[in-house]
Design a protein around this ligand. Structure first.
Ligand code: NAP
Length: 517
């Protein structure tokens, strides 16, 4: 399907340039900077959304001059822009890129940073707004923020703004997440802190709110009377790659559930906000997360599943080693690479509707999808006439890849006998709106420059996320797994993951449109 029912006027509501600012990246020599942040700045530049007065200032311990930093970026980012590099815009962006060498843990780095920012703001005649992105290993979050504050770089007394962006992991458990929030709040106000969950930067996730609240056919049946259950899957076909030391400490549950999967659940399950103001939207998300019933230790045993992949064969025929054979992984590692949960939201809307969450590495496909299964229609009318079972309607919200929405429904198969078949209506984002180069960070960086925190997580979201998973972590730690590895790479996870739904008379839906699915 393609073509818009109502054509869009591209000039209408065209977003304007972000306000002037200097974008400071701590960890400018690192992976996130070259793969995501600078390519996203390039993409914002080609859309005409970067501020008129803008500079990038990279901070790292690598031995660069401004010129060497520009050459490094020029070498590193081309493959990550997600499309054609616009040479003119890219040269302009490089000319606005600067570098400061320093150690994150030394106070003198921040004194020199303050001087450098003062100089750049004066030289460029910028407004004095500074945005600090901590593209660093997480152990530095609680070290950099206090030093910025001590150097006066979080103060907004001059009438300009100062903002800080950090990215997960936000702590390792509830206690460390609270401790990090405390440190950050000692250095700046909550509204200066932008906690990125890059899933929320995806158009399709934002589109869930539009789909739910801008269509009168959706919301009236978006509740326990019509919905049987919801499945949220974040599947990866990759293994642990080069993240062994982080992943051994984290595991699939910590790495994915308190942040990405619960962010998706909140968007699906939240009540309509009074407005799209940042706090109205985030208040509703916070409320629904707080309504999730914490699992008792007994429920953890029946409502959660963990797994670790062993050697196996991927759908393309490649043989891959098991998790315990990956470089940097202990030969007797007990870290889970697969986690599934059955959660229940204690609210009028969702009473009795299970939310099944699963995530895993080395599954047969890479996809992120939410499947909403409606209740079965009464079948009396078809019982005698139709040999085939009436299937429940299923709404699939595809977050990646093949972003879009699918709805399955029953239709009569042509012919003299009354047969039903399941057919699909499909909306594909790329077909309707085209696709433009993106890394997933463009909207988030642009929103932060504009002071719009709607898509960012608040301190309370982080803490409630940990409150939900902590009972599971506690039981899992008390009862070490005895059957790891319990699924072969290239399969859909452990048998217990299938049983989690089968015992409720349901099953995971296979991904139809994903790579390798
Ligand atoms: N990479 C990704 O695509 C990605 C995706 C999503 C989220 N993230 C998150 O983003 C953050 C950054 O990840 P990353 O992979 O970019 O990290 P990284 O590659 O380790 O980069 C951090 C940079 O900081 C430098 N650095 C380390 N300690 C320093 C110190 N004391 N003083 C000055 N510089 C120092 C590092 O230099 P050395 O190399 O010399 O240590 C490196 O250049 C992490 O929180 C990660 O979880 C990353």
């Amino acid at each position: 399907m393609s073509g818009l029912a109502t054509p869009l006027d591209p000039a209408q509501d065209r977003p304007s340039r972000a306000p002037s600012c200097i974008f400071v990246i701590f960890g400018a020599g690192g992976d996130l900077t070259r793969r995501k942040l600078v390519p996203a700045l390039h993409n914002l530049a080609i859309q005409g959304l970067l501020p008129a007065c803008f500079a990038l200032l990279g901070v790292d311990r690598m031995d660069f001059t401004d010129q060497a930093f520009r050459e490094h970026l020029d070498r590193e980012i081309r493959e990550f822009v997600g499309g054609e590099l616009d040479d003119t815009r890219w040269r302009e962006l490089l000319a606005r890129s600067h570098y400061l060498r320093g150690d994150f843990l030394q106070m003198e780095t921040y004194q020199r940073l303050a001087t450098r920012l003062g100089g750049l703001n004066l030289e460029l005649d910028c407004a004095g707004n500074d945005l600090f992105y901590l593209a660093t290993p997480p152990r530095f979050f609680g070290e950099i923020a206090p030093r910025l504050a001590q150097a006066g770089l979080t103060s907004e007394e001059g009438g300009y703004w100062r903002r800080l962006i950090i990215e997960k992991p936000f702590g390792h458990d509830l206690e460390s997440a609270r401790a990090l929030n405390r440190i950050l709040h000692e250095c700046m106000r909550e509204d200066q802190i932008y906690r990125i969950d890059h899933y929320l930067g995806k158009e399709t996730v934002q589109n869930i709110l539009a789909y739910r609240f801008a269509n009168s056919t959706v919301e009236p049946i978006w509740n326990h009377r019509y919905i049987d259950h919801v499945q949220i899957t974040v599947a990866e076909s990759l293994g642990v790659e080069n993240r062994a030391s982080y992943y051994e400490e984290a595991g699939a549950l910590r790495d994915m559930v308190p942040n990405h999967l619960l962010a998706l659940l909140a968007v699906i399950a939240m009540e309509p906000p009074n407005s799209f103001g940042a706090d109205e939207v985030r208040d509703e998300q916070s409320k629904v997360l707080r309504a999730i019933q914490p699992l008792s230790p007994e429920e953890v045993l029946t409502h959660s599943v963990r797994g670790q992949y062993g050697p196996g064969i991927l759908p393309d025929g490649t043989r891959v080693p098991g998790y315990r054979q990956e470089p940097g992984i202990a030969a007797d590692s007990r870290t889970e690479t697969y986690a599934a949960l059955r959660l229940q939201i204690d609210s009028w809307r969702w009473a009795g509707v299970p939310f099944y969450l699963r995530t895993g590495k080395r599954l047969p496909g890479r996809f992120t999808e939410i499947m909403v299964e409606y209740r079965q229609a009464p079948t009396a009318l078809f019982r005698r006439a139709v040999k085939h079972r009436v299937s429940p309607n299923r709404l699939t919200l595809r977050i990646q890849p093949n972003e879009g929405i699918g709805l399955s429904f029953n239709a009569k198969v042509p012919g003299p006998s009354p047969r039903l078949g399941v057919v699909e209506m499909d909306f594909s984002y790329a077909d309707y709106f085209g696709s433009r180069p993106h890394t997933g960070y463009e909207t988030l960086l642009y929103d932060c420059m504009n002071g719009d925190a709607t898509l960012f997580k608040r301190a309370d979201h982080i803490e409630v996320g940990w409150e939900i998973v902590e009972p599971v972590l506690d039981v899992w730690q008390a009862l070490p797994p005895r059957d790891f590895p319990n699924y072969a790479a290239g399969t859909w996870g452990p048998e217990a993951g299938e049983r989690l739904l089968r015992s409720d008379g349901r099953s995971w839906r296979p991904c139809s449109l994903c790579e390798g699915g």
